[in-house]
Design a protein around this ligand. Structure first.
Ligand SMILES: [Mn+2]
Length: 340
């Protein structure tokens, strides 16, 4: 399958970089590895080009990312107001609402929107949106490889590798296609430390985070005859383990790993009346559609949403929704078989 090349968009970005000095790079709320890696890769590139760069993403950033080059360019929302940017790059963000609306509200600025979410609203003046890309980092690689392949330093390669690594679950998810592996290979040629980064970002766990995982695993439940699995992280579990919510990326994969499970949900209690829900699915189940019904979003097989109700209420609502989803899929299948 041939993928979009974005030649015109890349040319326009080259001019933007040439003609402007101050760049703001935005990520989505509670940025993940793909978002952060993409941001820091582009940040390094722009700094080397002599530009003034700040990065911002609302919410929490896991500590492990602090070791990546240029992490100190991340600023708080307060510090941001003093920065008079001319161009915004929005990376891995499907809608301006996911960046505290900064990309939307500062409409006097040129917004470059680079993303691989199928729900992306094409809100930029320049849009590099391709849902066939395994990660936003793959798109940033396409951009840099096109405009300045010599400019891809080992630091940039490390950050893009981390982005791909995290969004593919260590090259295990469905989005691990030929371009993902080819890009990873190129990044290693550019100096990415594949082994060290895989250890640091996939394998290594903090002691308290593992204690928290043990509590979360104990909360595993199955529903619908084993087709749905749920798991939870309550505020009480955080207190008992000494772990942090930011260390829980990847926990949901344990629920999804259970034999015959097709849909799973992880419920994270943020406050007594706010719950963050992560959803995963196998095959044709579309959890992005379900997340959107609650103002969330994501990909067909991985999505998330926030509910302003308590943990028990959130669980019963979402479990019902997931059960309905399996029923609908079953009746669709029967309809198809019946028509044959
Ligand atoms: Mn991504």
């Amino acid at each position: 399958m041939s993928k979009s090349s974005f030649q015109n968009e890349f040319k326009r970005i080259v001019s933007l970089i040439r003609e402007h000095e101050r760049f703001l790079i935005l990520g989505h709320v509670d940025p993940d590895g793909d978002c952060i890696g993409s941001i820091l890769a582009l940040t390094q590139y722009l700094i080397t080009a002599g530009k003034d760069v700040r990065c911002y993403a609302p919410g929490e950033i896991p500590e492990v990312y602090e070791q990546l080059p240029c992490f100190d360019r991340f600023v708080t929302e307060g510090e941001l107001s003093g920065f008079d940017s001319e161009v915004i790059f929005s990376l891995d963000v499907p809608t301006p609402r996911r960046t505290a609306d900064l990309a939307g509200s500062r409409s006097e600025l040129v917004v470059v929107n680079i993303d691989h979410h199928p729900t992306n609203e094409n809100f930029g003046a320049i849009n590099i949106v391709d849902e066939t890309a395994g990660a936003t980092a793959v798109l940033v690689y396409r951009l840099l490889a096109d405009i300045d392949p010599e400019g891809i330093t080992s630091g940039i390669a490390d950050c893009l590798f981390v982005g791909i690594l995290l969004d593919t679950g260590g090259f295990r998810f469905q989005n691990s296609d030929a371009e993902v592996f080819a890009t990873a290979a190129k990044l290693i040629e550019h100096g990415a430390r594949a082994y060290e980064l895989t250890h640091e970002f996939i394998h290594a766990k903090k002691f308290n985070a593992l204690k928290l995982l043990a509590l979360a695993l104990d909360s595993l439940r199955i529903h619908s005859g084993g087709r749905i699995a749920t798991m939870e992280i309550s505020m009480d579990m955080l207190a008992r383990s000494g772990g942090f919510l930011r260390d829980t990326e990847g926990f949901i994969d344990y629920a999804g790993a259970i034999d015959h499970v097709e849909l799973c949900a992880l419920f994270r209690e943020i406050t007594p009346d706010q719950v963050r829900v992560s959803l995963r699915s196998r095959n044709d189940y579309d959890v992005a559609e379900l997340a959107e019904q609650y103002g969330g979003g994501g990909h067909r097989n991985a999505a998330g949403l926030v509910m302003n109700i308590d943990l028990e209420a959130a669980k019963s609502r979402i479990i019902q929704d997931l059960e309905k989803l399996t029923e609908r899929m079953d009746s669709n299948k029967e309809a198809v078989q019946g028509s044959e």
